[in-house]
Write a protein that binds this ligand. Sequence first.
Ligand SMILES: [Zn+2]
Length: 223
Amino acid sequence: MNDILTGKTEEHLTRGFSGFLFNQKASSALEILSKRAKKEGFDLRVVSSFRGFEQQKNIWQRKAQGQKVLLDSNGHPLKFEDLEPDQIVDAILRWSAFPGASRHHWGTDVDVFDANAVAADYEVQLTPQEVAGVFAPFYSWIDELVASDDAEGFFLPYDQDRGGIAPEAWHLSYRPVAKEYEKLYSEDFFIKHVSNLNELALIDEVKNRASEIYARFISNVAS
Ligand SMILES: [Zn+2]
């Protein structure tokens, strides 16, 4: 189970909706949701479903070492050279999960968009601008379904700004399974996970702040 929670195994996954790796039940539910979307004129597509530890680690390393641009709370680029280590950690975690602490490890969570709203060669960014702009009708539809608990079991863990991870209108989570994983992913579990990591940029900073990071960036999601 620990390896499932931290993205170090794929044993809990199947090749599911649109050929992406998923928890089987989440995949079936997404299949139904996509058929309902079609009736509304949307083409529900996946940007990202499962991401493993190594993939998340790669994102972390690039951002923590200034190889990938960091964004402030509102999505504007920051100057890496001007940042203190704790500011770098904050800037990364606002937009990217810590390796071993991403809901995308679970196979229950998925980022989606509406392919009907854009040209075939459009590169989806998943930004607040897209949420308010080109994909607004689609994400409003999702939002309404979730609000009335009619989204085939999916909810939006990052539905609003709780001071940690930025709002993500595109990030769906399959509640029946994900909430069970959430319960297992305790503060102790995270602290233990972090204490076992060494080969990671800024790891000492994260170790020192593990409790705060857990409270702010991991556990405070929609209920
Ligand atoms: Zn996501």
